[in-house]
Design a protein around this ligand. Structure first.
Ligand code: ZN
Length: 500
């Protein structure tokens, strides 16, 4: 055995042990958001903090750093091995900047915040969460300072979710979206409104659950390598590519809420089930970025799930599940209902257009929290003011307003922009898939998702974390992110639906 091979073997052993800790911690987190009894929260926080701290400790050991340095100079590694070493060394240099004690402190603080967020939502009172949010923001500022940034502290956190993403890039991108989206929204507001009351009838929970599962299985979600549970805030999570779980939330008075959130989470899960085998715990076994992750969920949710072909194919099945509820409409009525555009309060239920205003509002608030322009106490008023300004709606209370998303309670600052970026990439990838697979819209209309899934597997999933979001996009389509794909797509879609 050559020295390089031996060193790589040592690297594998070490990094996979660290992965065991990280994924064990993820199992505890999954349990916390699905089944944990409330009184178990305190020790659960401690358990997760210990695992996070230990994983971090093992990762930033000087000896591991030395091993990575030696490996990056080794000449007998194959390209995949080299890539794993390069990405791990980047992670090492980044994580090395944060001491383990800080990682523990942050983990404990996020745990406490998560529970106070739950309590605040229950009591519909932001003030219950306010102090914990201030603590978290202070810690995130500290983290940004440790990680370093050129222009804005938020850049350091954005980089965690989408490598290379900065305020300097996102500000103009959001500016470029704001006016065309507002103009399109005005045209839609002037058109005859769509009646989506068929989706807002009574749909019994158990039937909804079964329908959601059936659809995600059709999409290709492997139930032998996953499972679905209920959660307050739907999410997907993986412990390796053979155990990728999804969660959903059921509102008995809104079928759309459950079904398109199932499709969304399954889109995330298909990505993780499609990550390469034999790369457990390694960068090539991980997703490219949060943005690319979101591109996969948004692609399935919107470009597939809200398409005419999909709705026409599934309408008979929906009718089988809910004969009475769908007795007075046809597939076209359902297609229009599920694509109704209307400013609303809840991001996860927003249509494809107004969704981005929700994201932009959060982006502006996060930036201001991080650069100290505002503090947690200012969030509710600013939130409500922005909803009035951009969406023209009045926020009735905190639960429907600034307490709706779990992200801040998790300490996830810099996550929201990936939702908009992901949607833009989704649109662009869908365009490329259509070019490569001329039949594939007809395939979707027949309920055959395999050609699209195989295309995504090959072009996106199989690459793991080899490329940044932008590099992956250029590799697939030969160009960088172009918001015009998305703007054109919306214009074509809605001018047909709203007749203008
Ligand atoms: Zn998502």
């Amino acid at each position: 055995m050559s020295t390089s091979t031996q060193l790589y073997q040592q690297y594998l052993e070490q990094i996979q042990k660290i992965a065991d800790l990280r994924y064990a911690s993820a199992v505890l987190q999954w349990d916390q958001e699905t089944y944990l009894p409330p009184k178990g929260a305190a020790y659960r926080g401690q358990q997760i903090a210990t695992l996070s701290e230990t994983a971090h400790d093992w990762f930033v050991q000087d000896a591991f750093g030395q091993l990575l340095q030696e490996l990056s100079a080794a000449d007998q590694l194959d390209p995949d091995q080299k890539m794993n070493v390069t990405r791990t060394l980047e992670d090492y240099e980044r994580q090395k900047k944060c001491p383990s004690a800080f990682v523990r402190k942050l983990s404990e603080a996020t745990n406490q915040s998560f529970h106070s967020w739950i309590k605040a939502r229950k009591e519909n009172d932001f003030s219950v969460f306010k102090a914990d949010l201030d603590t978290l923001v202070a810690l995130k500022k500290e983290e940004a300072a440790m990680l370093g940034y050129a222009d804005h502290p938020y850049d350091a956190l954005l980089d965690d979710h989408d490598k290379g993403s900065t305020v300097a890039q996102l500000d103009p991108l959001f500016r470029a979206l704001r006016i065309p989206l507002k103009n399109l929204l005005d045209k839609i507001k002037a058109a005859t409104p769509i009646d989506n009351s068929i989706l807002k009838q009574y749909f019994p929970s158990a039937r909804q659950w079964d329908l959601g599962l059936q659809v995600i299985k059709h999409m290709g979600y492997d139930m032998e390598a996953g499972r679905q549970d209920l959660a307050e805030h739907p999410f997907s999570i993986n412990f390796n590519n053979k155990d990728v779980r999804v969660t959903t939330r059921i509102d008995e008075n809104d079928l759309g809420n459950m079904l398109w959130s199932c499709i969304h989470e399954a889109g995330h899960a298909l990505y993780e089930q499609g990550l390469p085998d034999g790369q457990y715990g390694l960068p090539l076994g991980e997703p490219a970025s949060y943005t690319i992750h979101e591109s996969q969920s948004r692609l399935w949710e919107n470009h597939v799930g809200r398409s005419e072909g999909f709705i026409h194919h599934y309408f008979p099945l929906f009718k089988e599940y809910f004969p009475e509820q769908f007795s007075h409409t046809d597939a076209d009525g359902l297609y229009r209902a599920i694509n109704k555009v209307e400013p609303s309060l809840i991001r996860t239920e927003a249509d494809e257009l107004t969704y981005h205003f929700h994201v932009m509002i959060r982006y502006e608030i996060e930036k201001s929290l991080l650069d100290g322009t505002i503090s947690a106490a200012d969030v509710p008023a600013l939130w409500n003011e922005q909803y009035e300004k951009f969406l023209g709606i009045t926020v009735p209370d905190d639960k429907m307003g600034c307490l709706q998303d779990v992200h801040w309670s998790h300490g996830s600052f810099g996550y929201f922009p990936t939702y908009s970026l992901g949607s833009l990439y989704a649109c662009q990838f869908f365009h490329y898939a259509k070019k490569d697979l001329p039949q594939f819209e007809a395939d979707i209309a027949r309920g055959d998702f395999a050609p699209l899934l195989n295309w995504l597997r090959k072009k996106v999933h199989a690459e793991g974390r080899r490329y940044t979001s932008g590099e992956l996009c250029r590799k697939i389509g030969g160009e960088s992110l172009q918001p015009d794909y998305f703007l054109d797509y919306l214009l074509v879609k809605y001018s047909k639906i709203y007749h203008f």
